[in-house]
Design a protein around this ligand. Structure first.
Ligand SMILES: [Ca+2]
Length: 111
């Protein structure tokens, strides 16, 4: 079988490369602006502080619940559904899409 550019790309995707041995894959480094051939080259491109909220929900074993959000505590929109209960607390972490000055989360049991 003759090697082609297409087979080369398949090979590369099955066996990711880390030429400089720093533990970061070549494509990841290139997309973050660091050199894939210099282990000392590091990028802060992928380090970020993302504000969010953690919601802890007391769940019934075998039950399902959903999480809703609102900006006015009157009109609610489903954020996540079909959350399986385990008889204990289930935690969900939501990154803020557009938090605004007021943002509410609540959990409800599915009927
Ligand atoms: Ca590397």
């Amino acid at each position: 079988m003759r090697a082609t550019a297409a087979t080369g790309s398949i090979f590369a995707s099955r066996f990711p490369m880390d030429t400089d041995g720093d533990g970061f894959l070549e494509g990841f480094e290139a997309s973050g602006g660091s050199s894939p051939t210099l282990a000392q080259s590091m990028s802060d491109e992928f380090t970020a502080i993302r504000p969010g909220r953690e919601l802890s929900i007391g769940t019934a074993m075998g039950g399902l619940c959903r999480v809703e959000y609102s900006t006015n505590a009157q009109t609610w929109t489903t954020r996540e559904t079909e959350i399986p209960g385990n008889g204990e607390t289930v935690a969900r972490f939501y990154f803020d899409d557009a938090p605004g000055p007021r943002y509410f989360l609540r959990a409800r049991s599915n009927p």
